[in-house]
Design a binder for this molecule. Structure first.
Ligand SMILES: O=C(O)CCC(=O)C(=O)O
Length: 288
């Protein structure tokens, strides 16, 4: 491709927006278990293409990170690069696809969704565990209508450290005040030991969705290849900002919901609606 030209991704754009029919059984499974894994959502060609774009940005933005053996337990889990949609038109195309956004809305029983933020999670070859945690601990929002799409960019067998879910744990109250790290891993491993864990691998094209309060972790990457994953965090399109309950929520408020006041809909320029079944309000020229 000549330098400076942009790739033609029209074939992928159609696929990224194509509706997927979520069944009542799938909605019920998600409500009951706090997560769902769906098969064949995106094609290998599409994932291969956007993997290239996402990996290039992750490589650029990870220059200078500490060697893995010098990092904390959490730091060893993955390279974590957030909101790539704001710096790459190609990644934005992927993240703003309506297919995953609509699934997220339907699983949560929302009329539509906004993006909270995206994050690339690259577990390096030899990378460590992702400690047990629940994401919603970090989020200053007024309801639990939050879900993360976890999109592996290659097949991810168990030895590569796929995300693993503790079934039905989204109703479990203990450990909700723990930030991710060594302590959360130890405490939650013990507290959740009677729950069933879904820790099988992902084939290319599989995507999981997990609720904000679902406890999850991942094993180490014992292969010699990076585990490339893109995630998109969606929230109910009518989500309002809540008063922060911990220091991490203060940071998240400033970083992901800039300018939004407590009680207002989280509709900052960083949180556009990605899918809504409500039609846009009609604007009639000259009528306020
Ligand atoms: O990718 C991982 O290792 C963990 C994923 C995770 O914590 C998340 O997507 O919320």
């Amino acid at each position: 491709m000549p330098i400076g030209s942009t790739p033609d991704t029209s074939e992928f754009r159609e696929e990224l927006d194509a509706p997927f029919i979520v069944t009542d059984q799938q909605i019920a499974f998600y409500a009951e278990n706090g997560y769902i894994k769906l098969k064949n959502l995106l094609s290998p060609a599409l994932l291969g293409h956007y993997r290239g774009a996402i990996s290039a940005r992750v490589a650029e933005l990870s220059v200078g990170v500490l060697p893995i053996e010098q990092r904390t337990i959490y730091g060893k889990a993955f390279l974590q690069i957030m909101n790539l949609w704001t710096i790459s038109q190609e990644v934005k195309e992927f993240v703003f696809g309506k297919r995953l956004a609509r699934i997220a809305a339907e699983l949560m029983g929302a009329t539509g969704v906004r993006i909270y933020h995206d994050q690339a999670l690259y577990k390096e070859a030899g990378g460590g565990i992702t400690p047990w945690h629940a994401d919603q601990y970090y989020w200053p929002v007024s309801s639990d209508k939050m879900t993360t799409a976890w999109v592996p960019l290659q097949a991810t067998p168990p030895e590569m450290g796929p995300v693993a879910f503790c079934e039905k744990s989204h109703r479990f109250q203990i450990g909700r005040d723990l930030e991710i790290g060594g302590e959360s891993e130890l405490t939650l491993k013990e507290a959740l030991k009677t729950f069933r864990m879904e820790d099988s691998g992902f084939e290319l094209g599989d995507v999981s969705f997990h609720a904000g309060w679902t406890f999850h972790r991942a094993g180490p990457n014992a292969t010699d290849r990076p585990r490339a994953v893109m995630t998109i965090i969606y929230m109910d399109e009518n989500m309002t900002l809540a008063a922060p309950k911990n220091k991490n929520q203060v940071i998240d408020t400033e970083r992901w919901c800039p300018g939004v006041r407590i009680g207002e809909i989280v509709a900052s320029p960083l949180n556009p609606v990605l899918y809504s079944r409500n039609p846009e309000p009609l604007s009639i020229p000259g009528v306020a």
